[in-house]
Design a protein around this ligand. Structure first.
Ligand code: GDP
Ligand code: MG
Length: 170
């Protein structure tokens, strides 16, 4: 039959990786070159239909700065899904993404669907993180991986769609 699910989803990752931009693209179909940085966290909701399921995503877009780190568990605790975002043109952001994955593996819901998003895929000429190393890392750690661009919309709907398909059915 058809399933209607509510799914809490959290975006984690370094400041500037493009978390808010991915949400804005997914929820409103927009992109801002000068996206304001998030203070604390912001909430959005968006419904998506995939095959046999309609998912209402309850999205927590977190800030990413170290000074907000202690707040993060409030957002990932009880989350059905997480998107860990890095910027393909920033090696440090990839390292930071790995730290978030470790934290979720230790403290998060064990059934959480985890996606790794290599964002800013449009910045090919400034690429520092290869798709191959990210794919290998994701495979080893039980995440699925996609490169995205909030700017061009590459794979943005797809990553949410893929999460919707992987969520446990009610
Ligand atoms: P957050 O701190 O992770 O929420 O990152 P933001 O969404 O605020 O984005 C930080 C900056 O990167 C902003 O200037 C965005 O316009 C830019 N940005 C976000 N996503 C992309 C992308 O896919 N491609 C490019 N070229 N810039 C992006
Ligand atoms: Mg933000």
């Amino acid at each position: 039959g058809h399933n209607n699910l509510n799914a809490k989803l959290v975006l984690l990752g370094d400041m500037g990786a493009g978390k808010s931009s991915l949400v804005l693209r997914f929820v409103k179909g927009q992109f801002l070159e000068f996206q304001e940085s998030t203070i604390g966290a912001a909430f959005f909701s968006q419904t998506l239909a995939a095959n046999d399921v309609t998912v209402k995503f309850e999205i927590w877009d977190t800030a990413g700065q170290e000074r907000y780190h202690s707040l993060a568990p409030m957002y990932y605790r009880g989350a059905a899904a997480a998107i860990i975002v890095y910027d393909i043109s920033n090696t440090d952001s990839f390292g930071r993404a790995k730290k978030w994955v470790q934290e979720l593996q230790k403290q998060g819901n064990p059934n959480m669907v985890m996606a790794l998003a290599g964002n800013k895929a449009d910045l090919e000429d400034r690429r520092k993180v290869t798709a191959e190393e990210a794919r290998v890392y994701a495979e080893e750690n039980g995440l699925f991986f996609m490169e995205t661009s909030a700017k061009t919309a590459l794979n943005v709907n797809d990553i949410f769609h893929e999460i919707a398909k992987k969520l446990p059915r009610a």
